[in-house]
Design a protein around this ligand. Structure first.
Ligand code: COS
Length: 380
């Protein structure tokens, strides 16, 4: 067992850290306040290879491993979780899903453009009445021979307005239950595809979250991913990897808040000394540091399992469950350490606290992760 990072991993960490500090930090407070999508920054992340990190180089990806991806996600998320969620969805849900389960034509046509960041993608599973209960899809994709007719509504879709390519999960044959669900590649601009209003959110306000409406959208059959009825398994398998990305995002939010709190505690004086010298603060920092290290170990282990061909359904659920809890708790403590300053926007920690909350909700709530974990341990 070797806990040290390779030279390549350290280089990726440094590159992501530099990008976060030089390109994401300027304007991050204003983007959050005004709900501005980081277009320019996402374009640059694409040019640097961060949008298709795990995708093979033959499809314009960077051909890196999952560990590289989570290392980058942590660094970007320390500074701007609105930008890092775009990176996460594009990498682990859209690019990985297409590379693992798409056919060669789909990879040539869509994956190459997504992995290079020329366009970005969205993953569309949640519906007004089917978030956690994902088999209850109301959106329908009716088989019409050489095409499907898609009807329905998707909710809370990350990159909803900005994406060009959407992976949409829909029910084709209700009698077959989850085995009647398909995953279709839908392009922006297809007739009958409408993008709903942007959501006004508590956190990750710079990211672009929309509902989507499909009204008799004609989707060619060649846009179906995998065999007929593979859509639910596609969603589940893809989400397992997505959860590693969100766990890394949560880890980054926690680590970012901790680093700010540590710096502040060493500078701010009260009762004649830096507040870090008060045990009440030092013990908070000790807890934060320990929890973040534990979360990082879970995230890295899950990435390692994915890279080594092992089943990572359990480890990704545990990593997401724990890292998101640590993100929430750590950011609350970071605000507390900052006192009055923690409550104002200039010090960043209040934003990180708001951003942390979504990591306990999207790509499977904490309660869903507990279903996955408990089923896994009870089955074995
Ligand atoms: N990989 C492959 N297949 C999987 C799987 C996985 N990780 N998880 C479940 N499946 C398969 C099951 O094996 C089953 O197939 P078979 O009948 O052929 O065995 C099928 O999917 C249905 O699974 P299950 O019976 O467990 O379905 P449930 O309705 O009980 O739901 C949970 C399972 C709760 C785990 C699932 O619905 C889920 O993950 N929900 C949350 C979805 C989510 O993350 N939403 C957020 C939207 S994305 S932002």
């Amino acid at each position: 067992m070797d806990f040290s990072l390779s030279e390549e991993h350290i280089m990726i960490q440094q590159a992501a850290r530099d990008f976060a500090n030089n390109e994401l930090l300027p304007g991050v407070i204003e983007r959050d306040e005004n709900q501005t999508f980081p277009h320019e920054q996402i374009k640059k992340l694409g040019e640097l290879g961060f949008l298709g990190m795990m995708t093979d180089t033959q499809y314009n990806g960077s051909g890196m491993d999952t560990l590289s991806y989570v290392i980058a996600m942590e660094e970007l998320s320390k500074v701007d979780a609105s930008a890092s969620v775009v990176v996460s969805v594009n990498n682990s849900l859209v690019c990985w899903g297409l590379e693992a389960f798409g056919n060669e034509e789909q990879k040539q046509k869509y994956l190459s453009r997504l992995a290079s960041g020329e366009v970005i993608g969205a993953f569309c599973l949640s519906e007004p009445e089917a978030g956690s209960d994902a088999t209850s899809q109301k959106t329908t994709a009716i088989d019409k021979g050489d095409h499907y007719i898609l009807n329905g509504t998707k909710n809370w879709i990350t990159n909803g307005g900005t994406a060009d390519i959407y992976l949409v999960i829909a029910q084709t044959n209700r009698e077959k239950g989850h085995k009647g669900i398909n995953a279709l590649i839908v392009e922006k601009g297809m007739d009958g595809f409408e993008i709903g209003p942007k959501e006004n959110k508590l956190g990750i306000r710079g990211s672009d979250t929309h509902s989507l409406n499909f009204n008799d959208v004609k989707v060619p059959k060649e846009n179906r991913i995998g065999e007929d009825g593979f859509g639910f398994k596609f969603a589940m398998k893809t989400l397992s990897g997505g959860r590693i990305g969100i766990a890394a995002q949560a880890l980054g939010i926690a680590a970012g808040a901790y680093e700010l709190a540590l710096k502040y505690a060493k500078e701010r004086k009260a009762f004649g000394t830096e507040i870090a010298n008060h045990q009440a603060i030092a013990f908070k920092l000790a807890d934060m540091h320990t929890q973040i290290e534990a979360a990082r170990n879970l995230v890295y282990k899950s990435a390692w399992e994915k890279d080594n061909g092992k089943n990572y359904d359990l480890s990704s659920a545990m990593a997401k469950l724990y890292a998101s809890k640590v993100a929430m708790e750590t950011t609350v403590e970071a605000v507390q350490i900052h006192g009055g300053n923690g409550f104002v926007k200039d010090y960043h920690v209040e934003r990180l606290m708001r951003d942390a909350k979504i990591t306990q909700i999207y790509e499977g709530t904490s309660e869903i992760q507990k279903i996955v974990i408990s089923r896994s341990i009870l089955q074995n």
